[in-house]
Design a protein around this ligand. Structure first.
Ligand code: ADP
Length: 429
């Protein structure tokens, strides 16, 4: 038992003993006992009253008391102080968080579970046109009305960021990313990437213009080289150099064509049109016939196109992607091996285009990079066989525009499989 309770029991005992003695002295023992208990209870009520009054008041220091009541007052005072301190600390953390996010160049909005705005920093107000106080509590889609953003919220897949035009300035491009946190709350982070987009556009335009300008002189050179190759004016010692110059001219022409195609695909980031229905079987037969005709080696090309489906796609782009994959399979396979080209039905209404070779294969560490521009596992082999280093970059962009992705499986020395799965909404049976 603590010292404080000891004091309380001592007081009760003193009152009881006092009343017992008085009762024995003057008679009416029961009344004296009742009086002792009333005094004791009155003290407790008085202390309770003081506690209640102190809790209601704004006074800092507790009332003076001894025994158990002194202990209660002190403990309560300590708890109050601790709570006050942690409240102050929390307020400071919140203030610092707000100050730091307010100073951030990126816009930040705090949203509740129904995507209503709870708070935003100044950059957010500037980037998407919020007028702080008036817009608080409003659904964020009332302010950012882009259909892309509305769809992003509805879909609920927030791992990826999305790009939209700024609601206040059409010339600005914003990247929006929703980060869930705490109890169904969200942070919407908005970044202005206008400068980056402009730089990318400048780079694309430069490559496209340079490629375009280089094409005309190259056509002239190729024409004269063809003339020299067909005439006998130079003598037999020039046959080999002229043939080599023709080959380099062809290589440069292919490179310029690929650069132009890639820059066109990169410029147009919208989805490919659904208007045209491409007969994929016929297209594959044509691509394989062309590839076989151009193949200087002796590969066996197996065609398996029992899908019975066509595709809503842009024919030129599809041709370019598929022929790049078939040409690569032949380019990176040794003589006599077979290359299988399949067009088959996939799961859930999808359709799959697959090119399977038994060629040199690709080491696992290279696979994530081979769709980058000019990334080659073996540059000399690629160049020798007429590669430009842009084929798979073109394939990647075409597939992206058609809602598909390139899947690559490969084992060095055994061969590779390049697979494109086209979504059901593009498949026509
Ligand atoms: P390239 O014109 O050099 O073939 P691509 O973009 O088409 O350029 O391919 C990039 C690189 O990926 C190639 O240089 C080659 O190393 C590798 N690659 C592509 N297809 C295959 C394949 N079927 N087998 C093995 N390696 C391949």
């Amino acid at each position: 038992m603590s010292r404080n309770w000891g004091g309380e029991f001592l007081l009760l005992a003193a009152l009881l003993i006092g009343s017992l003695l008085l009762g024995l002295l003057f008679g009416h023992l029961a009344w004296f006992l009742v009086l002792a208990l009333v005094i004791f209870l009155a003290r407790w009520f008085w202390q309770l009253y003081r506690l209640d009054e102190w809790l209601d008041s704004r006074r800092r220091h507790p009332p003076e008391a001894w025994g158990i009541w002194g202990h209660v007052f002190d403990e309560y005072y300590r708890l109050r102080r601790r709570q006050y301190k942690s409240k102050k600390r929390l307020a400071r953390v919140i203030r610092e968080f707000r100050e730091s996010t307010a100073a951030m160049p990126d816009g930040t909005l705090v949203l509740d579970e129904e995507f209503r705005i709870l708070w935003c920093n100044e950059s957010a107000s500037r980037l998407v046109g919020l007028v702080s106080k008036r817009d608080l509590g409003q659904p964020v889609v009332n302010l950012i009305r882009s259909p892309r953003f509305v769809h992003y919220l509805d879909a609920g897949e927030f791992e990826q960021a999305i790009e939209i035009r700024s609601p206040v300035d059409d010339a600005r491009t914003l990247v929006l990313r929703l980060v869930p946190y705490g109890n169904s709350q969200y942070l919407l982070i908005i970044r202005d990437i206008t400068r980056l987009v402009r730089l990318q556009a400048m780079r694309r335009d430069f490559v496209a213009n340079a490629s375009h300008e280089l094409r005309s002189p190259l056509t002239v050179l190729a024409g004269y080289l063809d003339m020299l190759a067909s005439g006998n004016e130079l003598g037999p010692e020039w046959d080999k150099p002229v043939a080599e110059m023709q080959a380099q001219c062809r290589r440069m022409t292919n490179l310029l064509n690929d650069l132009l195609e890639l820059s066109r695909l990169e410029t147009d980031e919208t989805d490919a049109s659904y208007d045209e229905i491409v007969d994929v079987e016929g297209l594959i037969h044509r691509i394989c016939a062309d590839a076989q005709a151009a193949d200087e080696r002796t590969h066996v090309l197996e065609i398996d196109v029992a899908c019975g489906c066509s595709l809503r796609a842009v024919p030129g782009e599809l041709h370019s992607a598929m022929s790049n994959l078939v040409t690569n399979a032949l380019r990176y396979s040794t003589d006599g091996t077979s290359v299988r080209v399949c067009w088959r039905a996939g799961d859930n209404g999808t359709a799959v285009f697959e090119v399977i070779d038994q060629g040199i294969g690709i080491e696992r560490k290279h696979i994530p990079f081979i769709t980058q521009r000019f990334y080659r596992v073996d540059s000399s082999h690629s160049r020798k066989t007429g590669g430009t280093g842009l084929g798979l970059a073109i394939v990647k962009h075409v597939l992206k525009r058609h809602g598909s992705e390139l899947e690559i499986e490969s084992e060095p020395g055994k061969g590779s499989t390049f697979r494109c799965v086209f979504p059901a909404e593009r498949v026509v049976r």
